[in-house]
Design a binder for this molecule. Structure first.
Ligand SMILES: C[S@@+](CC[C@H](N)C(=O)[O-])C[C@H]1O[C@@H](n2cnc3c(N)ncnc32)[C@H](O)[C@@H]1O
Ligand SMILES: [Zn+2]
Ligand SMILES: [Zn+2]
Length: 268
């Protein structure tokens, strides 16, 4: 009987923890969205679509007609990114106009995440949660696998400048620089403050296990999607982190608390 009671208590407390975790996410994020929203100011700046459609790189008879960028075969048959980080400018996934079916292997990010992800409080030394929240997975994530996107609100560079001052004062920035593809001159940012998915909770690491990659899934859109892929095999429950790649900011520093063996001690 005592054992039964103990078992019930255990199950209840673990259930409670999981429910707490699930309820915490909407409280942490103002508007949880699964695709980016576009700020009106940026929409006006961008104008209409500018890119031609691209054909599926896996439909052999079409391969003659590709230009250099669209010919990149990004993923293998198991849905793993095939190239070293930061060597492919943009991935162009197949879309309605590509002449292939939904099962085509060149449609990965558009299908959404498949590994489970948890938002966690990140403990630092001395029992403090100084880094805020972070992300991990209870699943093993193999090298090259797609993890999730960084989703938020696309804003213009000018708008990001003014919002950035406010965020810097709060020591918490959820801005990510985004550049259109080589033919596009518009510089923009994804701000994951008001609108976001859980991609905004990935912290910086000086020894990253993820990297970000620009992906286009629709020739009608000039807005690249930012996808995270596994840089190496990631064991369950290891915190996910990528290199923020921050430039030095004159007169300002921000301590890095990633805890990696090679930590540079400063984010910028
Ligand atoms: C995109 S958010 C990441 C999620 C954030 N930890 C939270 O609780 O919402 C970026 C912010 O997280 C914090 N951060 C991320 N990586 C960090 C690191 N390695 N060391 C210290 N702070 C970090 C900084 O405040 C940074 O401005
Ligand atoms: Zn295709
Ligand atoms: Zn570090």
């Amino acid at each position: 009987m005592v054992w039964l009671l103990l078992l019930l208590l255990l199950v209840r407390s673990s259930l409670h923890r999981r429910i707490e975790h699930l309820h915490a996410l909407p409280l942490l994020v103002r508007r949880y969205v699964t695709e980016c929203v576009v700020n009106e100011g940026l929409r006006l700046l961008l104008g209409g679509p500018m890119r031609d459609t691209w054909l599926c790189p896996y439909v052999e008879q079409q391969s003659q007609t590709h230009d250099d960028q669209s010919v990149v075969m990004a993923y293998n048959g198991e849905g793993r990114f095939l190239h070293p980080p930061h060597t492919v400018d943009s991935v162009y996934e197949c879309s309605l106009a590509s002449g292939c079916g939904l099962e085509c292997r060149n449609r990965l990010v558009q299908r959404g995440p498949t590994y489970r992800l948890e938002v966690i409080r990140c403990m630092e030394a001395k029992g403090k949660f100084v880094k805020g929240w972070g992300v991990r997975s209870p699943d093993f994530i193999p090298k090259g696998a797609f993890i999730c996107e960084y989703i938020g609100e696309y804003i213009s560079d000018d708008e990001a400048e003014s919002r950035g001052i406010r965020y810097d004062n709060q020591h918490m920035s959820r801005l990510m620089d985004v550049v259109g593809d080589g033919r596009d001159v518009v510089r923009m940012c994804i701000d994951a403050t008001r609108f976001s998915n859980l991609g905004r909770f990935l912290n910086h690491s000086c020894d990253p296990n993820c990297f970000k990659q620009r992906v286009f899934c629709d020739h009608n859109s000039r807005l690249p999607r930012i996808a995270f892929f596994a840089l190496r095999d990631i064991p369950p429950l290891e915190e996910l982190g990528y290199d923020y790649g921050y430039q030095d900011v004159p007169g300002k520093t921000f301590p890095c608390l990633c805890g990696a063996w090679n930590c540079k001690k400063l984010l910028y």
